[in-house]
Design a binder for this molecule. Structure first.
Ligand SMILES: [Zn+2]
Length: 317
């Protein structure tokens, strides 16, 4: 199989199940030996007609599909549609709405929405590696379009604890490198500084605006402040890299998704960060890495919709 380079080539390539199968096997088992998700045995045969594998181990339910053990598990959507949706999400610069995915793949919007959320979950970077060098930190507010929303949704938004319908988000950017983003409960010192310490190596050069919440970081970082009331750039001291990221994010959220509920915001942040952090890759590599990250992850409908969770904090009620 030759690696597709464009969306059209990807659609053609993955419309053939054999190509999907070879692709998924290659990313899950680089040695080419498919292993049973239950017992780990590689004594399995492929049942081509059923598109299933059969394990010879001594346990019930010996048959399994390639979706088991990935974000695709339990999904009735075929692998070719999963892969095409993933291609669209990681390669459309401003994101793609579940309505567009639904239309493109012939799915209902609800199905496409759940599929999107599972793909975004795969895009989440669990990296513990800290940012270093020249690092910018900044916060912004996302949301505030409650006026155009359905009454029930609007109430859910507005009754959430914290900042009404706007959600504070922190961004931390290593210049020339990667960005980390997170929803924070507020813009107070504790919330912001704990994120800085979590993501930035001590001793790095740190740039922020004059928000008082950043005061007290100078002991661990070479912290320099740009007072936006005075100017936006002073030599090296600015947060323009993050300003650019925020404008991309806001264009994608307000242009493509119209409105995002606070509970789901972190997944859109993950999606935008993934595209940004892998901006130097070509489309196939960006897609392939996302596909590799879908292994070993699960997201249930209740988790995706936040049933039983505090909508603002995503923690159990
Ligand atoms: Zn087995």
């Amino acid at each position: 199989m030759e690696a597709p380079k464009t969306l059209q080539e990807a659609i053609v390539c993955f419309s053939d199940f054999e190509n999907c199968r070879r692709f998924v096997v290659a990313i899950r088992w680089p040695d080419g030996k498919v292993r049973c998700p239950q017992c780990g045995s590689d004594k399995v045969t492929y049942l081509a007609a059923a598109k299933l594998y059969k394990c010879y181990g001594d346990h019930p339910k010996p048959k399994f599909s390639l979706k088991v053990g990935t974000i695709m598990e339990d999904s009735p959507i075929s692998i070719d549609k999963w892969l095409t949706a993933m291609w669209l999400i990681v390669n459309c610069k401003n994101g793609i709405s579940s309505c567009e995915i639904a239309r493109a793949l012939g799915l209902t919007q609800k199905t496409a929405w759940f599929l999107d959320h599972r793909i975004r979950m795969a895009l989440h970077s669990g990296s513990f590696e800290k940012l270093s060098g020249h690092v910018e930190v900044d916060e912004t507010f996302i949301g505030g379009k409650a006026r155009n929303m359905h009454v029930e949704k609007r109430q859910r938004r507005i009754t959430g604890t914290g900042s009404k319908d706007k959600v504070p988000v922190i961004g931390i950017l290593e210049r020339g490198g990667k960005v980390r983003t997170a929803v924070v409960p507020n813009r107070r010192k504790k919330a912001l500084q704990s994120k800085v310490r979590e993501h930035v190596e001590a001793g790095s050069a740190l740039y922020s605006d004059a928000l008082l919440s950043y005061e007290g970081l100078a002991g661990e970082y070479a912290h320099q402040v740009i007072d936006h009331a005075v100017s936006y750039v002073d030599g090296n001291v600015h947060t323009n890299g993050l300003e650019n990221f925020w404008s991309l994010l806001k264009r994608s959220i307000s242009g493509t998704y119209v409105s995002v509920e606070p509970y789901h915001l972190f997944r859109y942040l993950d999606e935008q960060s993934y595209r940004f952090n892998n901006r130097k890759m070509d489309d196939f590599d960006r897609f392939k890495m996302a596909a590799e990250q879908m292994i070993g992850k699960r997201l249930t409908w209740n988790q995706a919709t936040g049933k039983g969770l505090d909508l603002q904090t995503r923690l159990p009620n």
